[in-house]
Design a protein around this ligand. Sequence first.
Ligand code: B12
Ligand code: SF4
Length: 491
Amino acid sequence: MKKIVLVNPPFALKPEPQLPLSLLGASALLAAEGYQIGVINGSTDSGYIENTIEACSESVCLGISAMTGFQIRGGLAVSRAVREKYPDLPIVWGGWHGAILPRETVENQAVDIVVRGQGERALYELVKIWEAGKKDVSAVLGIGYKANGQAVLSPVRQFENVNNYPAMPYHLADVEPILRYRALNGQGRMMEYSSSQGCPNGCTFCAEPLVMGRRWSGLDAERVVSEWKFLAKRYELNSINLVDSNFFVDRKRVEAICRGVINEKLKVTWHNANATINFLAGFDSGMWDLLYASGCRSILVGAESGSQDMLEMVDKKCTVEDILKVAESSRKHRIEISFSFMTGLPPGNEKTGPEKEFKDTIRLIYGILKINKRHDIKIFLYTPYPGSPLYRRSLELGLHPPQRLEDWSNYELANITTPWIRDSFKNKVDVVRSFIIPYYQRDNKDVQGLLAVIRKILSYISGLRLKYGYFGLALDYWLAKKWRQKKGVGF
Ligand code: B12
Ligand code: SF4
């Protein structure tokens, strides 16, 4: 049986080790049939380009996974190097960028095929065609390919029930260094797990609706529990890191997973499960207790904004009060929530410009932290990722997007400034994110003496700044920044 080589390019210059879960998912059907699959992980292997070239001898194809941004850079470098050495080897791109912009992706000379959306069956069918020595891929649904030098998109593939797929072939990845890295960094032996695909919601900034067509499918609860049991034992895990776009779509399934974990007496905790505010706002005490008892310790929600106008613009289907309600009920039940906010959204009208929106968001963040300082707050500057209504609105407002695959590799949160955002606004957000919120959140119990006094003063001032939404006269964080630059660590 022949080989298949799949590459997860690094997602940053110095990436943290990450499990190449997208590739494990895409290769699940082939792995279950016993294909020899080489998974090369650019987040742990700095020689991933040379290693891919070597691995590709006698391979049926090369597969690349890429999100929009930095991953494209490595994806293109490896595709070009392989194209040069093996000019006839088919090169397939999958993952979110290709799914969102299939034409631009397949138009690139180093790409032959792009898979849009779920990759398991499409990759399986492609490999079968090439293995049989054929070249015509036009019958494969949900892909882009070249015909007479032109990009062609085949009809969309029906969203498939994830229970049709076999378990993810974790054994294909070099898992141990990743788990060890996490254990050394205080996260314990934590492993990614995907229990569902898709999301039924239509938030106007998100690419999910375009890529998965607002469909959702979750693995049956019994299967989730038995896979967690297997993984926990096989890899000596402390915890599971859920990467589902929306873990909580089916309440009965979540309850059954929790009961299953309790009945099986699994000793793993589970973290970062994605949820929506309106779903969590409907939980009673019994549900929160069940979550905690089954090991749920943190939940991730897109709170997005403290401005009700903005919540409506992004179609979050929740209110600012719902967000505070979730902060309170989760606190009572010892579950931490990671509230993710996006600021600098495209202005709707004068009343909803970025300054007003940021002020409302800060007020809400202060309200959340007053309820529980241990809730995690993430603030991102809105980056228009293609494939969403808000991206189209951003184009109308003057955003100039890259045109070619190469140029999308520089499209990163850190270096995109939308036309309606000023540098001063960007700096203010940065200060709030990196100084004000963390300083307010610290309990300062780990230090004594003068440092403890300085920290307490900083915490107090940061609290006042959040409370009144005032970030001028910045002597406190100017000093903190200088200290950090000089000592390499914060106060
Ligand atoms: C884990 C994760 C990460 C990890 C990276 C993991 C890795 N690959 O190394 C980290 C934390 C580093 C990360 C970073 C970012 N991420 Co991210 N991430 C995810 C997340 C939560 C899970 C991915 C996953 O493993 N899913 C499970 C697998 C099985 O599904 P999948 O990835 O969709 O793969 C399937 C198909 O896409 C396809 N497929 C994928 N690859 C391939 C390859 C081939 C050859 C084939 C045939 C098929 C195929 O088949 C798979 C099975 O069906 C997704 C959301 C989600 N639920 O998918 C967001 C998501 C992919 N990330 C997203 C974003 C926006 C980012 C960031 C920009 C966020 C940020 N704040 O910085 C950065 C970008 C980093 C960069 N510079 O490239 C967006 C994608 C937007 C886009 N246009 O690409 C997503 C969709 C979240 C969202 N809804 O907005 N991310
Ligand atoms: S932001 Fe979250 S809830 Fe909204 S569509 Fe995307 S994945 Fe679904």
